[in-house]
Design a protein around this ligand. Structure first.
Ligand code: PLP
Length: 387
């Protein structure tokens, strides 16, 4: 099936504007291209799975603990990692979560102390910075450098990081892989180098791979855990690729034994339990959603390039390279004379984008645009930005 069959290009503006979720509702502007939700309805297989749970009439406590091999979602996740990425592991080392950021904060809280350094590639998804700073840990920034040679338009200086860690030790490498907001996909060579750095400087790696399934060919996602299995905690969810963020379900694979022991030392109920409907949706997405996923990725692939055409036509001073993954465009507006936060100017023109400065100092003069919508809505959004 193609994107036409799933209706990605036939979104009704009335339907979008009537949606109660944060994206279209919160700011009350005509065009919403900020938070990382797609404008499309969920995959039909997820719809069916949720209805089947309701039709079954049992919204009581699930009996996952007594299923051999783990809960249905952990088994589906483990099988998917093996078939999609050649990454195999013991499903006993999985832990279900409500959301990805919860997993990041749990591990930082249990495995580091106030003042410890946490390496983050910046600009960074804002909750990365908050998760470190609000817990009195220290962000060790690795700034993105513009690079015409890199397919994402960005590169990171891993050699400089290596040297810097000798003088300024850190405890954790908090990886956003693929990287939000630049859309950079770390290559196998980069992952190997980061694994070496982690080994040399004794870093725990937390790898947030929530955008992995939204990687555009010829780039390919390789899990960090393949390169540093004993050091890596991987956090994943079906929520970005299948557009399920409100269902609150994520999953964490904990490679290092000492981290598993720390997690096991926490009283069971402190972090809560995963949601029945979220888990059912994740199982459906991972087991039956590949056709929808292929179609949505093909549509987004078109959108990332269409955005380049639209910007060239309407806002030629914006610098933009289509991302290698994610549906997020990182717009360099520094030649536009719009100050630190160009999203303020675009908001006055009726378009809500994500504020660049929230991604750290490297985001000054930038704005992030979510292009996971129809071509017509994207065209109207960019036209409005240029008014
Ligand atoms: C890199 C990254 N991690 C995590 C999240 C949020 O995931 P969750 O809602 O499961 O915490 C997002 C959402 O946009 C994201 O881009």
């Amino acid at each position: 099936m193609t994107s036409a069959d799933f209706g990605f290009d036939s979104l009704s503006l009335d339907w979008l504007r009537a949606k109660p979720g944060a994206k279209w509702h919160r700011h009350g502007v005509p065009w919403a291209a900020w938070v990382a939700d797609m404008d499309f309805p969920p995959p039909p297989c997820v719809d069916e799975a949720l209805r089947a749970v309701l039709d079954g009439g049992d919204l009581g406590y699930p009996d996952w603990k007594h299923i051999t091999g783990g809960s249905p979602a952990s088994v589906a996740f483990a099988e998917r990692c093996a078939s999609r990425y050649g990454w195999t592991f013991d499903a006993e080392h999985l832990r279900e979560l409500n959301d990805v950021v919860q997993g990041i904060q749990m591990v930082l809280h249990l495995c580091t102390s106030p003042g410890d350094g946490v390496v983050v590639h910046t600009p960074a998804y804002p909750p990365f910075l908050h998760s470190v700073e609000d817990n009195a840990r220290r962000v060790v920034r690795v700034p993105a450098l513009a690079s015409a040679e890199s397919p994402s338009g960005w590169r990171f200086d891993h050699d400089a990081l290596d040297q810097r860690l000798s003088a300024e030790p850190a405890k954790v490498l908090l990886l956003c892989h693929p990287h939000n907001p630049t859309g950079h996909v770390f290559s196998e060579a980069e992952l190997r180098q980061l694994a070496d750095i982690a080994e040399r400087h004794d870093l725990l790696v937390i790898s947030d791979e929530i955008h992995a399934d939204l990687t555009y060919s010829p780039a390919a996602h390789r899990p960090m855990a393949l390169f540093a299995p004993e050091r890596t905690v991987t956090i994943h969810a079906a929520s970005k690729a299948f557009n399920l963020a409100g269902l609150r379900y994520a999953i964490m694979h904990v490679g290092p034994r000492w981290v598993r022991e720390r997690l096991a030392s926490v009283p069971d109920h402190l972090f809560g339990a995963a949601n029945l409907m979220g888990a059912a949706a994740a199982v459906a997405a991972w087991r039956s959603g590949d056709e929808w996923l292929r179609a949505v990725v093909a549509h987004l692939d078109g959108q990332r390039n269409f955005l380049a055409d639209l910007l060239a036509m309407y806002l030629p001073d914006v610098v933009y390279t289509p991302p290698m993954a994610t549906y997020l465009g990182w717009l360099d507006c520094r030649h536009m004379g719009m100050g630190d936060d160009p999203s303020e100017v675009f908001a006055q023109r009726g378009v809500r984008l994500s504020e660049g400065p929230n991604f750290g100092p490297e985001g000054h003069g930038f704005a992030r645009l979510n292009f996971a919508t129809s071509t017509e809505v994207l065209r109207a959004t960019v036209q409005a930005m240029a008014t």
